[in-house]
Ligand binder design. Structure first.
Ligand code: PMP
Ligand code: GLN
Length: 424
């Protein structure tokens, strides 16, 4: 049937292709590949968390658990979040005014850009960068300004990603409104040091910037590495919107619950958008997450060995990180060892066979990742997707990103593939 109906979409969506998650998650499923691509744990979710939701679901008479709740966040959840972040930031966080619960960290980020960025305002984004920042800033009418991190030749540690602060300052002008910091960092697994964060704080203060601190992997830190929350630095709480995720904290990414924490003044515009777009998030999910924090938080403070957030999560991750690093070496990759989070980059330059199909159109890591998935049945993510310019994509296309928060069976299956690759 032919039709003359061909409406034009709004211009803001014009140049947006499918995100890497759409392409590579679909490809992994279609090829039935071992999936170390998209970041989510494939092991059972923590039972103490799912039990809480189960318990609510078994009580239909508990009407308050199944109907709309307070728009800006269930009182139980904002209360415990305020308590935790008051401790972390060493300020008094007001639960009713300084916490906003959203559908995943994604929406906190989007509200922050929509709420604060005017047409033409510039937003500094440290690259490689989580891939939604750039389009979200553009949707808000802003101009993303990439600050590309350097990685030393032959590097083996994510800590070797460094920011050129002078270059950053050169890119700041009257239109610069905001700086986005993602710590621990996706996709590199870098944990920014106190010194680096202090330098960023100094720049934010000097140029009067609002800071978005995406800290969704704040509990995925081990080996006594120091997770410095940006809002805890002197004078930074007042200019920072910190963003967290229950999906990350309790390894239930499908629950899609996140939050923004910051001074009332900074959260007001986010709330204006939230109340008219989403109004309120799922009630039982908020209650179960609130109860999970209520159970774990006292242990986090007083009995860390038995706390999921203080120890359980990071112990599990550290072992998996070490296992994946060994496997990658066997497979002839050069892993860049992460300090935090659940991703690892690895250089595949010794495995050029995967580039047989290279075309002009896509950066090499896209071609390699598709080949690895289709031909070797191992799904990964091409990290050039985390750079915005063609030039940087081409400069940074010799690695793949792998997620190691996977059950041992999955990692073992990946090991078989990697071992074979190493011998080819
Ligand atoms: N920020 C970063 C750095 C992420 O990796 C993710 C991926 N989950 C998000 C934000 C979004 O988190 P959520 O699933 O809670 O929306
Ligand atoms: N944050 C996860 C990752 O980096 C998942 C992203 C997504 O599916 N949108 O893999």
């Amino acid at each position: 049937m032919t039709s003359s109906f061909s409406p034009k979409p709004a211009e803001r969506t014009a140049d947006h292709a499918a995100s890497i998650w759409v392409e590579f998650t679909t490809l992994a499923a279609e090829t039935k590949a071992v999936n170390l691509g998209q970041g989510f744990p494939d092991s059972p979710a923590p039972k103490f968390v799912t039990d809480l939701l189960e318990n609510l679901s078994k009580q239909p008479e508990l009407t308050a658990a199944h109907q709309y709740t307070r728009g800006y966040g269930h009182p139980m959840l904002v209360d415990i979040l305020a308590k935790m972040y008051s401790h972390f930031y060493n300020v008094q966080v007001d639960p009713m005014n300084e916490v906003l619960v959203t559908v995943g960290a994604y929406l906190s980020l989007y509200y922050a850009f929509l709420g604060w960025v005017n047409k033409g305002d510039e937003v500094l984004i440290i690259e490689p960068a989580y891939d939604c920042y750039y389009p979200q800033v553009k949707f808000a009418g802003g101009v993303p300004v990439p600050i590309v991190m350097n990685l030393a030749e032959g590097a083996t540690s994510a800590s070797q990603f460094t920011i050129d602060f002078d270059d950053m300052e050169k890119k700041i002008n009257k239109k610069t409104k905001m700086l986005v910091i993602n710590n621990p960092h996706n996709p590199t697994g870098k944990l920014f040091t106190r010194q680096e964060l202090e330098k960023l704080a100094e720049i934010a203060k000097k140029h009067n910037l609002i800071v978005i601190a995406d800290e969704v992997y704040e509990f995925h830190v081990w080996d006594k590495n120091d997770m410095v929350r940006f809002a805890s630095l002197p004078g930074m709480y007042e200019r920072t919107i910190s963003i967290g995720s229950a999906g990350k904290a309790f390894s239930v990414t499908g629950w899609k619950l996140g939050w923004a924490v910051g001074p009332k003044q900074l959260l007001e515009p986010l709330k204006a958008i939230h109340q008219n777009c989403v109004f309120t998030c799922s009630t039982p999910t908020q209650m179960a997450i609130a109860q999970a924090f209520q159970l774990d938080w006292p242990k986090f403070l007083n009995d860390p060995k038995n706390s999921y957030l203080a120890t359980g999560l990071s112990d599990e991750l550290r072992d998996k990180r070490d296992k994946l690093a060994r496997m990658l070496e066997e497979g002839n990759f050069r892993p860049i060892i992460p300090d935090a989070g659940y991703f690892m980059l690895a250089d595949y330059s010794h495995l050029k066979e995967g580039l047989k199909l290279a075309t002009e159109q896509d950066p090499d890591d896209f071609v390699f990742s598709r080949w690895l998935c289709r031909e070797k049945k191992l799904a990964v993510i091409p990290p050039s997707a985390f750079y915005s310019s063609r030039e940087q994509k081409e400069k940074n296309c010799n690695m793949v990103r792998l997620c190691y928060f996977k059950k041992n069976d999955t990692l073992d299956a990946a090991e078989v593939i990697l071992k074979k690759l190493g011998k080819e």
